[in-house]
Write a protein that binds this ligand. Structure first.
Ligand code: AMP
Length: 418
């Protein structure tokens, strides 16, 4: 099957051809015709499935069915909401590539950078807006954007938006949109909160699920390396050097941990950069670019900062620490094995993380293979540290929203922290 049978017009097909895609991915095959029919969609698809093109291509097609206004007369006709600035930027790159031969203009809106250039961009008139919720509301509050003509709404990575405490912002945005519109909700996992949101947002949606929600992509080889906490840094250096891994994305739980590990790697001759919420947007963009082009071999990231990072053929993901929330494991390893390519996800697991590992294995319904690296056997005399009484660790079985708010919201607007 090729893209030509999906109902897309010549300028879009030409742009697809130039990106090098030959066949549509399963989510694209299923979503594109349904969206072109004008139906609302609830889609379960992880990053790496080609979901971005799955909603961008048909929206471009639908937009081009009606002639667009020129210049300042343009109205915002499509709104794509994403949880993080990185994802917004990536979706924008997709829009840019696929609309190469179409007359549309778009704007990317996110916090953490100056608001004035965004206002100036909007003033010129745009058809498509890709935004994180907080900054979009700021701009709307300042009357710099009018959302009353939106015909198409996409919530991308909706589960993550809820995790980050964006639900109130989303509700405020929905109130600014016309009731009559087509809405699409994409999410890697389906919690009760996602279903509730889908009920308020979508009108008789068509449910599309590719890799079943709450399972990991099958192309990713997963392995656990048991090791003591104090020896994790040594083990990671050993693995990278011995296997001569060239491009490794490493996850840590904290910003401080990311910085520290990145410094240690650099000192030991493994080029490295860290990305997390305390870094400026410029520093993060640069780190990501250097990682993508191979200037740095390792990128150390916290969960939120890495959300939505799209790197072609990323071969290795390492969990330096397991995530507190099992769903984050799926998001993390979704960075590798993208769109049919093979990937490897390794987790360094110490005795304190046994429960986290058990929860992850329960969620993905798979026992992850354990490999003991010689010389890094855990010391049997080390006992687990007592668990903390407060915080995310203990609330992870509660609903997604309260868990997310524990972790990310703390009274701060999250689109400047991701
Ligand atoms: P996404 O799930 O949208 O983040 O896309 C994951 C990766 O797959 C991106 O690098 C896309 O450029 C790539 N991709 C999307 N659609 C296709 C396709 N039909 N064929 C090959 N690669 C694709």
């Amino acid at each position: 099957m090729s893209f030509t049978t999906l109902g897309l017009s010549e300028p879009i097909l030409r742009a697809i051809k130039e990106t090098g895609y030959i066949t549509p991915t399963p989510i694209q095959k299923q979503a594109i015709p349904v969206i072109l029919e004008g139906k609302d969609v609830l889609a379960g698809a992880q990053t790496g499935t080609g979901k971005t093109a799955g909603f961008t291509l048909p929206i471009l097609q639908l937009l081009s069915d009606i002639p667009t206004q020129k210049g300042k007369g343009r109205k915002v006709r499509a709104l794509i909401l994403t949880p993080t600035r990185e994802l917004a930027a990536q979706v924008a790159e997709n829009v840019d590539a696929y609309s190469k031969y179409l007359p549309f203009s778009h704007a990317v809106i996110f916090g953490g950078v100056g608001i004035n250039p965004q206002k100036a961009r909007l003033k010129k008139g745009v058809d498509i807006v890709i935004a994180t919720p907080g900054r979009l509301l700021d701009l709307s509050g300042q009357k710099a954007i009018n959302l009353s003509s939106v015909e198409y709404l996409v919530l991308d990575e909706a589960d993550r938006m809820l995790d980050m405490g964006f639900i109130h912002d989303i509700k405020k945005i929905l109130a600014l949109l016309p009731k009559k519109r087509q809405s699409l909700l994409f999410s890697a996992t389906f919690s009760k909160d996602i279903k509730k949101l889908a009920d308020t947002l979508l009108n008789s949606p068509v449910l599309i699920e590719v890799a079943r929600a709450n399972t990991t992509t099958s192309q990713v080889k997963q392995v656990v390396y048991p090791v003591d906490k104090s020896r994790k840094r040594e083990l990671i250096i050993h693995l990278i050097k011995k296997n001569n891994w060239k491009q490794v994305l490493i996850f840590t739980r904290t910003k401080h941990g990311a910085n520290k590990l990145s410094e240690v790697l650099a000192k030991r001759g493994i080029t490295s950069a860290a990305i997390h919420g305390n870094k400026s947007q410029g520093a993060r963009t640069k780190a990501l670019a250097n990682f993508k082009n191979g200037t740095v071999r390792t990128l150390v990231a916290t969960d939120i900062a890495a959300r939505g990072i799209d790197i072609d053929q990323l071969p290795h993901v390492i969990n330096f620490e397991l995530p507190n929330v099992p769903e984050d494991y799926i998001h993390r390893i979704g960075r590798t094995g993208r769109a049919g390519r093979e990937g490897e996800a390794a987790s360094l697991v110490c005795i304190d993380e046994k429960d986290l590992l058990r929860d992850i294995e329960k969620l993905i319904k798979t026992k992850i293979e354990k490999i003991q690296i010689e010389g890094f056997e855990p010391d049997p005399t080390i006992k687990p540290e007592p668990k903390k009484q407060n915080g995310a660790r203990n609330s992870r079985n509660k609903n997604t929203r309260s868990r997310g708010q524990n972790r990310y919201s703390k009274g701060n607007r999250s689109n400047t922290k991701s």
